[in-house]
Design a protein around this ligand. Structure first.
Ligand code: F6P
Ligand code: MN
Length: 278
């Protein structure tokens, strides 16, 4: 396991440098989830898949940018890594933070088999969260990765990060979001899952929602590459992740690119979501 984490740490430095010197022009390609791919999405994906497939304890990998799972030469190895190489890459031209999300699964691609997860965040600083027993926060200081300690959510926060297009929200969702603002919650939303969820974690609490909408009844965010890894991080930080009524990490996966509505937050906000959605 530590060799996987070390590889991701080294990869973070390389991806960070690629982001600083590669053009962000749109390629004429669409990935399996229907997103327009940038040249940099493909570069980072190719780089990570080669690195991860070389690790002796890795049996297979799957990427948000690729339709099928890719198998390594290590057929008896235990781990499968699912990753989103560059989450939020459409924000690059506006120079907002973006990230890489990863989940490490033991033997099978199932939420119950997730044994570690985390993300890299490329912003003014280069940081990485690695969740195993705890959700540890690391920052690169130019020569080493400093451990800043474990992330821990309070039972109630102040941030409201509502994803999805408002005109496609259900009325009950709209009312819930408005009720949070009426209580004094502040809007903090960039449109990148990694910085939006990271902000809630470092500020101690709040709610991030990406609900079912009339144009996307299963939500937009993908279970294996985005939602399960973040659910694992949130739970290790003392927070919660649900699809409205069920715990995210109890959900099954029907196919690699399946999405789900999702709500991440601290106890008080997730209790509210349960009341509204149950
Ligand atoms: O990868 C999906 C993503 O870019 C997330 O980072 C983000 O939370 C979401 O899509 C935003 O989607 P939209 O702007 O389409 O609502
Ligand atoms: Mn993504």
């Amino acid at each position: 396991m530590s060799i996987i984490i070390d590889t991701l740490r080294e990869s973070a430095l390389h991806i960070d440098s690629l982001l600083k010197d590669t053009s962000t022009s749109y390629m004429q390609s669409i990935n399996v989830s229907g997103d327009t791919q940038l040249e940099i999405d493909v570069k980072v994906d190719t780089f990570l898949s080669e690195k991860l497939l070389n690790i002796p304890c890795v049996k297979a990998i799957c990427s948000e940018e690729q339709e099928e799972m890719l198998y390594s030469a290590h057929t008896n190895a235990p781990y499968i890594i699912a990753y989103d190489p560059l989450d939020g890459s459409s924000l690059i031209d506006s120079n907002l933070s973006i990230g890489t999300i990863f989940g490490i699964y033991n033997e099978e691609l199932n939420a119950k088999n997730l044994i570690a997860s985390g993300y890299i965040i490329y912003g003014p600083r280069l940081e990485m969260i690695i969740a195993q027993e705890q959700a540890l926060h690391y920052r690169y200081n130019g020569s080493i990765w400093r451990n800043l300690g474990a992330l821990q959510l309070n039972t109630k926060g102040k941030i409201n990060a509502p994803g999805g297009t408002q005109k496609h929200w259900e009325n009950k969702h709209k009312a819930m979001i408005e009720s949070l603002f009426a209580q004094g919650y502040r809007l903090r939303y960039s449109g990148g899952m990694v910085p939006d969820l990271h902000q809630i974690l470092v500020k101690g609490g709040g709610l991030f929602s990406y609900p079912a909408t009339s144009d996307a009844p299963n939500g937009k965010l993908r279970k294996l590459f985005e939602v399960f890894p973040f659910a694992f991080v949130y739970e290790k930080a003392g927070g919660f992740a649900i699809n409205g009524t069920q715990r995210i990490l109890d959900l099954e996966v029907a196919h690699l690119h399946e999405s789900t509505p999702c709500f991440f937050g601290s106890q008080s906000e997730i209790n509210l979501v349960r009341e509204v959605y149950e």
